[in-house]
Design a protein around this ligand. Structure first.
Ligand code: ADP
Ligand code: MG
Length: 334
C-alpha cells in the first residue's frame, strides 16, 4: 500500500497521467503545461458544464467503490452535455483527497473515470489535485459540442406538447434505498437497481437522435427526480403539465422492492432522481414520426403526460383518476 504523502502531488499526477486522451486529434497539448490547448470545433457550438461530487453527500465510500465514484462523476457531466443535444469532448478533473487515502484507491477512481472517458471519447486534458482536510471531493468540468442550431433547451415546450421519458424511472432511488437500508433483499431484485445508482448510463445516443428530429421542443436529463425536472421545463417554458401516474415506466424489480420495503414507487420516481434518463417534449403532430425514429434505433421511450398552460400548474392524475398537485420534495443542499 502506498500513501499519498510518499508519492507527492506531482508523483500522483504522473502516475495518473496515462491514457488520458480518447480523441487526440482535437488536442494540441493536454496535461503537463499551464493550460490545455485545444483545437476549436469548427462551426460547432461549444457546451460547458460542471458537476461536483462530495463524499457523504453524493456518495458513500462504505457502499460505493472508488472505481464507481470516478465513473459516475464523469457520467453525470456527460448526461448534462447530452441533455443539450450534444456530445462530450474534453474534461478537466479536480480532486480533493484526504491525506490517508491509498494511492491505489485514486488509481481505481481514475480507472472508472477513464472507462467512461474511453466509451464516450472524452479527452482528459487537465485538472487540479489538492489535499482535503475532510471528505473526498471530485469536480469535473466538461466541454461538449453540438452542431449550430441543434441544441435543445428546456424553454421550448408549449401547451399541447406531449411529455416523454426514456427508459424507466425510480430505479436509481430504489438502488440508493437498498444500499442505505439493511435488509435481506433477493439478489435478482437488487442487482439492477444498485447498478443503476452506482454506474448510471448517460443517454447520449438517444439525445443525439432527439436533437436531430424536428418537433422535439424541450430536453432535460433527470438528475433530481421527475418533479424537479418537470418544474425546470415548466418554469423555463412558462407552462404547466399534467402527468398520468399509470403511464410512468417502472421496472418490475422496482415495483417488487417497493412492495418488500413498504416504500412507494411514486416517491422514488418524483423525488429520487439520479436516473439520468431524458425528459423531453414534442409537438403532437410529430408524435408518430418521432416515436418511429426512436423505435428504429432501439431507444426505450414512454409518453407520460402533456404540457398545459402555466395557470394549471403541475398536476398528477392518479391511477383512480383523482388529480393532485405535484409537490417538490427532492434533495436540496440548503
Ligand atoms: P499548475 O500549477 O500550472 O496549475 P499543476 O501542477 O496543478 O499545474 O498541474 C500540472 C498538470 O497536471 C496540469 O496540466 C494540470 O492540468 C494536470 N493535473 C493536475 N491535477 C490533475 C488531476 N487530478 N487530473 C488530471 N490532470 C491533473
Ligand atoms: Mg494547479
Amino acid at each position: 500500500m502506498v500513501r499519498l504523502a510518499k508519492l507527492g502531488e506531482f508523483g500522483l499526477i504522473d502516475l495518473l497521467n496515462k491514457n488520458m486522451l480518447y480523441d487526440p486529434e482535437k488536442v494540441i497539448a493536454g496535461i503537463g503545461d499551464d493550460a490545455a490547448v485545444l483545437k476549436p470545433p469548427g462551426t460547432k457550438w461549444q457546451l460547458l458544464t460542471t458537476d461536483m461530487m462530495m463524499e457523504n453527500i453524493h456518495f458513500r465510500l462504505d457502499w460505493s467503490q472508488y472505481y464507481q465514484v470516478g465513473y459516475k462523476a464523469l457520467a453525470v457531466n456527460i448526461s448534462d452535455v447530452a441533455a443539450m443535444g450534444g456530445y462530450p469532448s474534453h474534461a478537466v478533473v479536480s480532486v480533493g483527497i484526504p491525506e490517508e487515502t491509498r494511492v491505489e484507491d485514486i488509481e481505481e477512481l481514475y480507472r472508472g473515470l477513464k472507462e467512461m472517458a474511453c466509451r464516450f471519447k472524452v479527452n482528459l486534458v487537465g485538472g487540479d489535485t489538492v489535499k482535503s482536510p475532510g471528505p473526498l471531493v471530485i469536480n469535473i468540468a466538461l466541454m461538449g459540442e453540438v452542431e449550430e442550431g441543434r441544441a435543445v433547451f428546456r424553454s421550448g415546450a408549449k401547451p399541447g406538447d406531449l411529455i416523454y421519458t426514456t427508459g424507466f424511472l425510480g430505479t436509481s432511488a430504489a438502488g440508493l434505498y437498498i444500499l442505505s437500508h439493511n435488509g435481506d433483499y433477493p439478489v435478482e431484485l437488487k442487482e439492477k437497481v444498485i447498478r443503476s445508482h452506482l454506474l448510471p448510463e448517460p443517454r447520449v445516443a438517444a439525445a443525439r437522435i432527439l436533437s436531430e428530429l424536428e418537433g422535439v421542443t424541450a430536453l432535460d436529463d433527470n438528475s433530481d427526480g421527475l418533479a424537479a425536472e418537470l418544474r425546470e421545463i415548466c418554469r423555463a417554458s412558462s407552462a404547466g403539465c399534467l402527468i398520468r401516474e399509470k403511464s410512468l415506466p417502472v421496472l418490475p424489480e422496482v415495483e417488487q422492492l417497493a412492495c418488500l420495503t413498504g416504500r412507494n414507487t411514486l416517491d422514488w420516481i418524483m423525488d429520487g432522481g439520479e436516473d439520468y434518463e431524458l425528459l423531453f417534449t414534442l409537438r403532437p403532430e410529430r408524435q408518430e414520426y418521432i416515436e418511429n425514429a426512436l423505435g428504429k434505433e432501439g431507444i426505450l421511450y414512454k409518453a407520460i403526460g402533456i404540457i398545459t398552460h402555466s395557470s394549471e400548474g403541475m398536476v398528477l392524475e392518479k391511477e383512480d383518476g383523482a388529480k393532485e398537485t405535484i409537490l417538490l420534495q427532492g434533495y436540496s443542499h440548503f
